[in-house]
Design a protein around this ligand. Structure first.
Ligand SMILES: *Cc1c(COP(=O)(O)O)cnc(C)c1O
Length: 440
Protein backbone atom coordinates (compact mmCIF):
# COMPACT_ATOMS: atom_id res chain seq x y z
CA UNK A 1 0.00 0.00 0.00
CA UNK A 2 1.40 3.34 -1.09
CA UNK A 3 1.81 5.79 1.80
CA UNK A 4 0.06 8.70 0.08
CA UNK A 5 -2.08 11.25 1.88
CA UNK A 6 -3.43 12.99 -1.21
CA UNK A 7 -4.05 10.97 -4.32
CA UNK A 8 -4.10 13.11 -7.44
CA UNK A 9 -4.89 12.45 -11.08
CA UNK A 10 -3.27 14.59 -13.75
CA UNK A 11 -5.50 16.69 -15.99
CA UNK A 12 -4.90 14.17 -18.76
CA UNK A 13 -6.13 11.33 -16.56
CA UNK A 14 -9.47 13.03 -15.95
CA UNK A 15 -12.36 10.85 -17.19
CA UNK A 16 -14.04 12.24 -20.33
CA UNK A 17 -17.34 10.38 -19.91
CA UNK A 18 -20.25 10.50 -17.52
CA UNK A 19 -21.88 7.23 -16.43
CA UNK A 20 -25.62 6.86 -17.00
CA UNK A 21 -27.01 4.22 -14.60
CA UNK A 22 -30.43 4.05 -16.34
CA UNK A 23 -29.63 1.07 -18.64
CA UNK A 24 -28.24 -0.87 -15.65
CA UNK A 25 -31.17 -0.40 -13.24
CA UNK A 26 -32.71 -3.61 -11.85
CA UNK A 27 -36.09 -2.43 -13.19
CA UNK A 28 -37.20 0.52 -15.33
CA UNK A 29 -37.91 3.90 -13.71
CA UNK A 30 -41.59 4.81 -13.38
CA UNK A 31 -42.26 7.67 -15.82
CA UNK A 32 -42.77 11.23 -14.56
CA UNK A 33 -46.46 12.23 -14.77
CA UNK A 34 -47.96 15.51 -15.98
CA UNK A 35 -49.10 17.59 -12.96
CA UNK A 36 -52.46 18.32 -14.61
CA UNK A 37 -53.43 15.15 -16.46
CA UNK A 38 -51.35 12.63 -14.49
CA UNK A 39 -50.42 11.01 -17.83
CA UNK A 40 -46.72 10.31 -18.53
CA UNK A 41 -45.06 13.58 -19.56
CA UNK A 42 -43.97 14.04 -23.17
CA UNK A 43 -40.78 15.85 -24.21
CA UNK A 44 -43.05 18.67 -25.47
CA UNK A 45 -44.51 19.08 -21.97
CA UNK A 46 -41.03 19.79 -20.65
CA UNK A 47 -39.90 22.19 -23.39
CA UNK A 48 -41.09 25.40 -21.67
CA UNK A 49 -38.86 24.46 -18.71
CA UNK A 50 -35.75 22.64 -20.03
CA UNK A 51 -33.71 22.77 -23.27
CA UNK A 52 -34.06 19.83 -25.71
CA UNK A 53 -30.54 18.45 -25.06
CA UNK A 54 -31.20 18.03 -21.35
CA UNK A 55 -34.68 16.57 -21.92
CA UNK A 56 -32.99 14.00 -24.15
CA UNK A 57 -30.30 13.28 -21.56
CA UNK A 58 -32.95 12.82 -18.87
CA UNK A 59 -34.30 9.71 -20.63
CA UNK A 60 -31.15 8.51 -22.38
CA UNK A 61 -30.40 4.79 -22.32
CA UNK A 62 -26.79 5.24 -23.43
CA UNK A 63 -24.47 3.89 -20.70
CA UNK A 64 -21.56 6.30 -21.19
CA UNK A 65 -22.01 9.88 -22.40
CA UNK A 66 -19.09 11.98 -23.68
CA UNK A 67 -18.42 15.15 -21.69
CA UNK A 68 -18.29 18.07 -24.16
CA UNK A 69 -14.87 19.69 -24.61
CA UNK A 70 -16.07 23.11 -23.44
CA UNK A 71 -17.32 21.53 -20.22
CA UNK A 72 -14.04 19.64 -19.72
CA UNK A 73 -12.15 22.94 -20.19
CA UNK A 74 -14.05 24.52 -17.30
CA UNK A 75 -13.85 21.36 -15.17
CA UNK A 76 -10.07 21.67 -15.44
CA UNK A 77 -10.22 24.82 -13.28
CA UNK A 78 -10.52 22.46 -10.29
CA UNK A 79 -10.73 18.88 -11.56
CA UNK A 80 -9.63 16.16 -11.14
CA UNK A 81 -10.40 16.72 -7.46
CA UNK A 82 -8.13 15.08 -4.86
CA UNK A 83 -8.85 11.89 -2.93
CA UNK A 84 -7.46 12.01 0.61
CA UNK A 85 -6.54 9.25 3.01
CA UNK A 86 -7.84 10.41 6.42
CA UNK A 87 -4.89 9.09 8.43
CA UNK A 88 -5.27 11.45 11.38
CA UNK A 89 -8.98 10.69 11.67
CA UNK A 90 -8.20 6.94 11.56
CA UNK A 91 -5.66 7.44 14.33
CA UNK A 92 -8.05 9.47 16.50
CA UNK A 93 -10.64 6.69 16.13
CA UNK A 94 -8.00 3.96 16.68
CA UNK A 95 -9.59 2.07 13.84
CA UNK A 96 -7.96 -0.51 11.60
CA UNK A 97 -10.23 0.75 8.78
CA UNK A 98 -8.70 2.76 5.94
CA UNK A 99 -10.76 5.90 5.43
CA UNK A 100 -10.63 7.86 2.19
CA UNK A 101 -12.53 10.99 1.25
CA UNK A 102 -13.06 12.61 -2.11
CA UNK A 103 -12.85 16.37 -1.72
CA UNK A 104 -15.27 18.38 -3.85
CA UNK A 105 -14.81 21.49 -1.69
CA UNK A 106 -11.88 22.70 -3.82
CA UNK A 107 -14.22 23.81 -6.62
CA UNK A 108 -14.67 27.54 -7.23
CA UNK A 109 -17.86 27.65 -5.16
CA UNK A 110 -16.80 25.12 -2.53
CA UNK A 111 -18.94 22.11 -3.45
CA UNK A 112 -19.73 19.48 -6.10
CA UNK A 113 -22.52 21.63 -7.58
CA UNK A 114 -20.50 23.14 -10.49
CA UNK A 115 -20.09 19.64 -12.01
CA UNK A 116 -23.68 19.88 -13.23
CA UNK A 117 -24.06 23.69 -13.30
CA UNK A 118 -21.38 23.98 -15.98
CA UNK A 119 -22.90 21.14 -18.00
CA UNK A 120 -26.43 22.54 -17.75
CA UNK A 121 -25.32 26.05 -18.70
CA UNK A 122 -23.42 24.60 -21.68
CA UNK A 123 -26.43 22.67 -23.05
CA UNK A 124 -28.77 25.61 -22.46
CA UNK A 125 -26.47 27.97 -24.31
CA UNK A 126 -26.17 25.49 -27.18
CA UNK A 127 -29.98 25.30 -27.42
CA UNK A 128 -30.46 29.09 -27.45
CA UNK A 129 -31.37 29.89 -23.82
CA UNK A 130 -30.44 33.45 -22.78
CA UNK A 131 -31.42 33.39 -19.10
CA UNK A 132 -31.62 30.69 -16.42
CA UNK A 133 -33.68 30.73 -13.25
CA UNK A 134 -33.19 28.47 -10.26
CA UNK A 135 -33.71 27.95 -6.54
CA UNK A 136 -31.04 27.61 -3.92
CA UNK A 137 -31.03 26.41 -0.32
CA UNK A 138 -27.75 27.13 1.42
CA UNK A 139 -26.56 29.02 -1.67
CA UNK A 140 -24.15 26.38 -2.96
CA UNK A 141 -26.25 25.61 -6.01
CA UNK A 142 -27.09 29.23 -6.72
CA UNK A 143 -23.40 30.16 -6.64
CA UNK A 144 -22.51 27.29 -8.96
CA UNK A 145 -25.13 28.25 -11.52
CA UNK A 146 -24.23 31.96 -11.25
CA UNK A 147 -20.64 31.11 -12.10
CA UNK A 148 -21.62 28.76 -14.94
CA UNK A 149 -24.06 31.27 -16.48
CA UNK A 150 -21.39 33.91 -16.39
CA UNK A 151 -18.95 31.66 -18.27
CA UNK A 152 -21.53 31.02 -21.01
CA UNK A 153 -22.79 34.62 -21.21
CA UNK A 154 -26.28 34.01 -19.81
CA UNK A 155 -28.27 35.90 -17.19
CA UNK A 156 -29.09 34.12 -13.94
CA UNK A 157 -31.90 34.68 -11.43
CA UNK A 158 -31.82 32.81 -8.13
CA UNK A 159 -34.65 32.30 -5.60
CA UNK A 160 -32.90 31.69 -2.28
CA UNK A 161 -34.78 29.99 0.58
CA UNK A 162 -35.52 32.78 3.05
CA UNK A 163 -34.00 31.10 6.14
CA UNK A 164 -30.68 30.60 4.30
CA UNK A 165 -30.85 34.10 2.78
CA UNK A 166 -30.76 35.35 6.36
CA UNK A 167 -28.36 32.69 7.84
CA UNK A 168 -25.89 32.75 4.95
CA UNK A 169 -25.59 36.25 3.49
CA UNK A 170 -22.11 35.64 2.06
CA UNK A 171 -23.33 33.13 -0.51
CA UNK A 172 -25.75 35.77 -1.75
CA UNK A 173 -22.80 38.13 -2.17
CA UNK A 174 -20.90 35.44 -4.06
CA UNK A 175 -23.82 34.95 -6.47
CA UNK A 176 -24.13 38.69 -6.98
CA UNK A 177 -20.40 38.95 -7.63
CA UNK A 178 -20.82 36.55 -10.56
CA UNK A 179 -23.62 38.84 -11.74
CA UNK A 180 -26.77 36.97 -10.66
CA UNK A 181 -30.02 38.50 -9.40
CA UNK A 182 -30.91 36.99 -6.03
CA UNK A 183 -34.31 37.13 -4.29
CA UNK A 184 -35.32 35.69 -0.91
CA UNK A 185 -38.06 33.08 -1.38
CA UNK A 186 -41.02 33.30 -0.92
CA UNK A 187 -40.90 36.56 -2.91
CA UNK A 188 -43.39 38.98 -4.44
CA UNK A 189 -42.05 38.19 -7.95
CA UNK A 190 -44.36 35.26 -8.51
CA UNK A 191 -47.93 34.25 -7.79
CA UNK A 192 -46.74 31.26 -5.74
CA UNK A 193 -44.52 33.46 -3.59
CA UNK A 194 -46.99 36.26 -3.02
CA UNK A 195 -49.78 33.80 -2.14
CA UNK A 196 -47.58 32.22 0.53
CA UNK A 197 -46.42 35.59 1.89
CA UNK A 198 -50.06 36.66 2.11
CA UNK A 199 -50.80 33.73 4.46
CA UNK A 200 -47.41 33.51 6.22
CA UNK A 201 -45.60 36.87 6.01
CA UNK A 202 -42.57 35.52 7.94
CA UNK A 203 -42.34 32.18 6.06
CA UNK A 204 -38.83 30.68 6.40
CA UNK A 205 -39.34 29.20 2.94
CA UNK A 206 -38.41 25.81 1.55
CA UNK A 207 -36.73 24.43 -1.53
CA UNK A 208 -40.15 23.28 -2.80
CA UNK A 209 -41.44 26.88 -2.69
CA UNK A 210 -38.30 28.32 -4.30
CA UNK A 211 -38.50 25.74 -7.11
CA UNK A 212 -42.10 26.77 -7.87
CA UNK A 213 -41.04 30.41 -8.02
CA UNK A 214 -38.08 29.74 -10.30
CA UNK A 215 -40.16 27.66 -12.73
CA UNK A 216 -43.02 30.16 -12.74
CA UNK A 217 -40.51 32.91 -13.57
CA UNK A 218 -38.85 30.89 -16.37
CA UNK A 219 -42.13 29.86 -17.98
CA UNK A 220 -43.41 33.45 -17.99
CA UNK A 221 -40.23 35.15 -19.27
CA UNK A 222 -39.05 34.94 -22.91
CA UNK A 223 -35.82 33.02 -23.68
CA UNK A 224 -35.66 31.79 -20.07
CA UNK A 225 -35.32 28.22 -18.89
CA UNK A 226 -35.16 26.67 -15.46
CA UNK A 227 -32.27 24.71 -14.01
CA UNK A 228 -32.41 22.24 -11.11
CA UNK A 229 -29.38 21.49 -8.93
CA UNK A 230 -30.25 17.93 -7.90
CA UNK A 231 -32.90 15.17 -8.09
CA UNK A 232 -33.19 14.74 -11.89
CA UNK A 233 -31.47 11.97 -13.84
CA UNK A 234 -29.32 14.33 -15.90
CA UNK A 235 -28.04 16.09 -12.78
CA UNK A 236 -26.93 12.81 -11.19
CA UNK A 237 -25.37 11.86 -14.54
CA UNK A 238 -23.18 14.98 -14.54
CA UNK A 239 -22.02 14.23 -10.99
CA UNK A 240 -20.70 10.76 -11.86
CA UNK A 241 -17.32 12.26 -12.69
CA UNK A 242 -16.82 12.17 -8.89
CA UNK A 243 -17.09 8.39 -8.65
CA UNK A 244 -15.27 7.75 -11.93
CA UNK A 245 -12.27 9.74 -10.68
CA UNK A 246 -12.44 8.06 -7.26
CA UNK A 247 -12.24 4.61 -8.86
CA UNK A 248 -9.07 5.57 -10.72
CA UNK A 249 -7.56 7.12 -7.58
CA UNK A 250 -8.21 4.05 -5.42
CA UNK A 251 -6.62 1.88 -8.09
CA UNK A 252 -3.65 4.22 -8.21
CA UNK A 253 -3.03 3.83 -4.48
CA UNK A 254 -3.36 0.05 -4.66
CA UNK A 255 -6.80 -0.43 -3.09
CA UNK A 256 -8.70 -3.33 -4.66
CA UNK A 257 -12.19 -2.06 -3.96
CA UNK A 258 -14.06 -0.15 -1.21
CA UNK A 259 -16.15 -2.07 1.31
CA UNK A 260 -18.33 0.94 2.08
CA UNK A 261 -19.16 4.01 -0.04
CA UNK A 262 -20.90 6.91 1.71
CA UNK A 263 -22.53 10.19 0.70
CA UNK A 264 -24.96 12.64 2.26
CA UNK A 265 -28.32 13.03 0.51
CA UNK A 266 -30.43 16.11 -0.03
CA UNK A 267 -31.81 15.49 -3.49
CA UNK A 268 -29.30 12.70 -4.07
CA UNK A 269 -26.82 14.17 -6.56
CA UNK A 270 -23.46 13.99 -4.78
CA UNK A 271 -24.30 10.56 -3.39
CA UNK A 272 -25.35 9.34 -6.84
CA UNK A 273 -22.30 10.93 -8.41
CA UNK A 274 -20.00 9.10 -6.02
CA UNK A 275 -21.85 5.79 -5.72
CA UNK A 276 -23.23 5.05 -9.21
CA UNK A 277 -19.91 4.23 -10.89
CA UNK A 278 -19.30 1.69 -8.09
CA UNK A 279 -22.90 0.44 -8.17
CA UNK A 280 -22.38 -0.41 -11.85
CA UNK A 281 -20.11 -3.24 -10.64
CA UNK A 282 -22.45 -4.25 -7.81
CA UNK A 283 -25.46 -4.49 -10.13
CA UNK A 284 -23.37 -6.46 -12.65
CA UNK A 285 -22.53 -8.83 -9.80
CA UNK A 286 -18.76 -8.43 -10.18
CA UNK A 287 -18.21 -6.57 -6.87
CA UNK A 288 -19.98 -6.29 -3.55
CA UNK A 289 -19.93 -3.40 -1.09
CA UNK A 290 -22.34 -1.29 0.98
CA UNK A 291 -23.49 2.10 -0.32
CA UNK A 292 -24.89 4.32 2.45
CA UNK A 293 -26.98 7.48 1.90
CA UNK A 294 -26.99 9.75 4.96
CA UNK A 295 -29.76 12.21 5.78
CA UNK A 296 -30.69 14.56 8.64
CA UNK A 297 -33.10 13.16 11.24
CA UNK A 298 -35.38 16.16 10.79
CA UNK A 299 -35.73 15.67 7.03
CA UNK A 300 -35.30 11.93 6.70
CA UNK A 301 -36.78 11.21 3.30
CA UNK A 302 -35.57 7.67 2.59
CA UNK A 303 -36.03 6.29 6.11
CA UNK A 304 -39.36 7.90 7.01
CA UNK A 305 -40.90 9.05 3.70
CA UNK A 306 -43.31 7.17 1.43
CA UNK A 307 -42.31 5.74 -1.96
CA UNK A 308 -44.97 7.24 -4.19
CA UNK A 309 -45.66 9.80 -6.88
CA UNK A 310 -45.29 13.35 -5.56
CA UNK A 311 -44.60 16.81 -6.89
CA UNK A 312 -41.07 18.21 -6.80
CA UNK A 313 -42.32 21.65 -5.74
CA UNK A 314 -45.10 23.20 -3.71
CA UNK A 315 -47.27 24.64 -6.50
CA UNK A 316 -47.42 21.77 -8.99
CA UNK A 317 -45.18 23.29 -11.65
CA UNK A 318 -43.02 20.13 -11.81
CA UNK A 319 -44.17 16.70 -12.99
CA UNK A 320 -45.10 14.04 -10.42
CA UNK A 321 -41.98 11.97 -9.74
CA UNK A 322 -41.96 8.46 -8.28
CA UNK A 323 -39.71 8.95 -5.28
CA UNK A 324 -39.37 8.78 -1.52
CA UNK A 325 -41.10 11.90 -0.22
CA UNK A 326 -42.19 13.61 2.98
CA UNK A 327 -44.92 15.43 1.04
CA UNK A 328 -44.41 18.45 -1.21
CA UNK A 329 -45.90 20.82 1.37
CA UNK A 330 -43.55 19.60 4.16
CA UNK A 331 -41.48 22.50 5.52
CA UNK A 332 -38.36 21.04 7.15
CA UNK A 333 -36.99 22.70 10.30
CA UNK A 334 -34.34 25.37 9.63
CA UNK A 335 -31.33 23.13 10.28
CA UNK A 336 -27.94 24.42 9.16
CA UNK A 337 -27.47 21.74 6.52
CA UNK A 338 -29.67 23.82 4.21
CA UNK A 339 -28.78 21.68 1.19
CA UNK A 340 -30.41 18.65 2.83
CA UNK A 341 -33.76 20.34 3.49
CA UNK A 342 -35.67 18.78 0.60
CA UNK A 343 -38.90 16.80 0.88
CA UNK A 344 -38.17 14.44 -2.01
CA UNK A 345 -35.33 12.28 -3.33
CA UNK A 346 -33.90 11.58 -6.77
CA UNK A 347 -36.03 8.91 -8.50
CA UNK A 348 -32.80 7.01 -9.30
CA UNK A 349 -31.66 6.95 -5.67
CA UNK A 350 -35.23 6.14 -4.56
CA UNK A 351 -35.46 3.14 -6.87
CA UNK A 352 -32.08 1.77 -5.74
CA UNK A 353 -33.09 2.16 -2.09
CA UNK A 354 -36.46 0.53 -2.71
CA UNK A 355 -34.72 -2.35 -4.50
CA UNK A 356 -32.41 -2.89 -1.50
CA UNK A 357 -29.24 -2.02 -3.43
CA UNK A 358 -28.32 0.92 -1.20
CA UNK A 359 -28.86 1.67 2.53
CA UNK A 360 -29.83 4.82 4.45
CA UNK A 361 -28.95 6.29 7.86
CA UNK A 362 -30.00 9.49 9.63
CA UNK A 363 -28.43 11.62 12.39
CA UNK A 364 -29.28 14.62 14.54
CA UNK A 365 -27.74 18.04 14.07
CA UNK A 366 -25.63 18.06 17.26
CA UNK A 367 -24.05 14.66 16.47
CA UNK A 368 -23.35 15.87 12.94
CA UNK A 369 -21.47 18.91 14.23
CA UNK A 370 -19.57 16.77 16.76
CA UNK A 371 -18.26 14.78 13.81
CA UNK A 372 -17.56 17.93 11.80
CA UNK A 373 -15.43 19.32 14.63
CA UNK A 374 -13.52 16.05 15.07
CA UNK A 375 -12.88 16.05 11.32
CA UNK A 376 -11.65 19.65 11.37
CA UNK A 377 -9.35 18.86 14.29
CA UNK A 378 -7.87 15.79 12.57
CA UNK A 379 -7.96 16.48 8.82
CA UNK A 380 -7.96 20.30 9.11
CA UNK A 381 -10.66 20.89 6.48
CA UNK A 382 -13.82 22.53 7.79
CA UNK A 383 -16.66 20.50 6.22
CA UNK A 384 -19.98 21.81 4.96
CA UNK A 385 -22.72 20.84 7.43
CA UNK A 386 -24.26 18.71 4.66
CA UNK A 387 -21.02 16.81 4.07
CA UNK A 388 -20.60 16.27 7.81
CA UNK A 389 -23.48 13.76 7.55
CA UNK A 390 -21.22 11.56 5.42
CA UNK A 391 -18.36 12.05 7.89
CA UNK A 392 -20.58 10.96 10.79
CA UNK A 393 -21.57 7.75 9.00
CA UNK A 394 -17.93 7.05 8.08
CA UNK A 395 -16.91 7.52 11.72
CA UNK A 396 -19.62 5.13 12.91
CA UNK A 397 -18.51 2.46 10.41
CA UNK A 398 -14.86 2.97 11.37
CA UNK A 399 -15.77 2.51 15.05
CA UNK A 400 -17.47 -0.78 14.20
CA UNK A 401 -14.23 -1.86 12.52
CA UNK A 402 -12.41 -1.11 15.75
CA UNK A 403 -14.77 -3.48 17.59
CA UNK A 404 -14.42 -6.25 15.03
CA UNK A 405 -10.79 -5.66 14.08
CA UNK A 406 -11.67 -5.50 10.36
CA UNK A 407 -9.53 -3.33 8.08
CA UNK A 408 -12.35 -2.23 5.82
CA UNK A 409 -11.91 0.40 3.14
CA UNK A 410 -14.37 3.23 3.76
CA UNK A 411 -14.77 5.93 1.10
CA UNK A 412 -16.95 8.97 1.52
CA UNK A 413 -17.66 12.05 -0.51
CA UNK A 414 -16.78 15.33 1.19
CA UNK A 415 -19.27 17.24 -0.95
CA UNK A 416 -18.20 20.71 0.15
CA UNK A 417 -16.35 22.93 2.57
CA UNK A 418 -18.02 24.93 5.32
CA UNK A 419 -16.13 28.22 5.21
CA UNK A 420 -19.31 30.11 4.38
CA UNK A 421 -21.17 28.19 7.10
CA UNK A 422 -19.16 29.61 9.98
CA UNK A 423 -22.33 31.10 11.46
CA UNK A 424 -23.52 27.57 12.20
CA UNK A 425 -20.13 26.59 13.66
CA UNK A 426 -20.25 29.76 15.77
CA UNK A 427 -23.47 28.59 17.43
CA UNK A 428 -22.20 25.02 17.87
CA UNK A 429 -18.76 25.71 19.32
CA UNK A 430 -20.24 28.35 21.62
CA UNK A 431 -22.87 26.18 23.29
CA UNK A 432 -24.54 23.95 20.71
CA UNK A 433 -27.99 23.94 19.16
CA UNK A 434 -31.04 23.94 21.40
CA UNK A 435 -32.80 20.54 21.46
CA UNK A 436 -35.76 22.10 19.63
CA UNK A 437 -33.55 22.83 16.62
CA UNK A 438 -31.62 19.58 16.83
CA UNK A 439 -33.73 17.63 14.41
CA UNK A 440 -34.94 14.89 16.73
C1 LIG B 1 -26.39 20.86 -2.19
C2 LIG B 1 -25.45 20.15 -1.34
C3 LIG B 1 -25.73 18.85 -0.87
C4 LIG B 1 -27.04 18.15 -1.09
O1 LIG B 1 -27.44 17.93 -2.39
P1 LIG B 1 -27.33 16.54 -3.12
O2 LIG B 1 -28.02 16.76 -4.41
O3 LIG B 1 -28.02 15.51 -2.28
O4 LIG B 1 -25.89 16.25 -3.29
C5 LIG B 1 -24.76 18.21 -0.13
N1 LIG B 1 -23.58 18.79 0.16
C6 LIG B 1 -23.28 20.04 -0.27
C7 LIG B 1 -21.98 20.64 0.11
C8 LIG B 1 -24.21 20.75 -1.03
O5 LIG B 1 -23.91 21.98 -1.46
Amino acid sequence: MEEANRIYLSEREMPTIWYNIIPDLPRPLDPPLHPGTKEPVTPQDLEPIFPPSLIQQEVSSQRFIDIPGEVLDIYRLWRPSPLYRARRLEKALQTPARIYFKYEGDSPVGSHKPNTAVAQAYYNKKDGTKRLTTETGAGQWGSALSMACHYFGMECTVYMVNVSYRQKPYRRVLMQTWGANVFPSPSENTKTGSDILHETPDSIGSLAIAISEAIEDAVNTPHSKYSLGSVLNHVLLHQTIIGEETKLQLEKVGEKYPDIVIGCVGGGSNFGGMAFPFLRDKIAGTKNFRAIAVEPKSCSTLLTGKYEYDLGDVAGMTPYLKMYTLGHDFIPPGIHAGGLRYHGMAPLVSLLYNAGIIEAQSYKQNEIFDSAVLFTKTEAILPAPESAHAIKAAIEEAKKCKETGEDKVIVFNLSGNGYLDLGAYDIFVNGGFPEANNGS
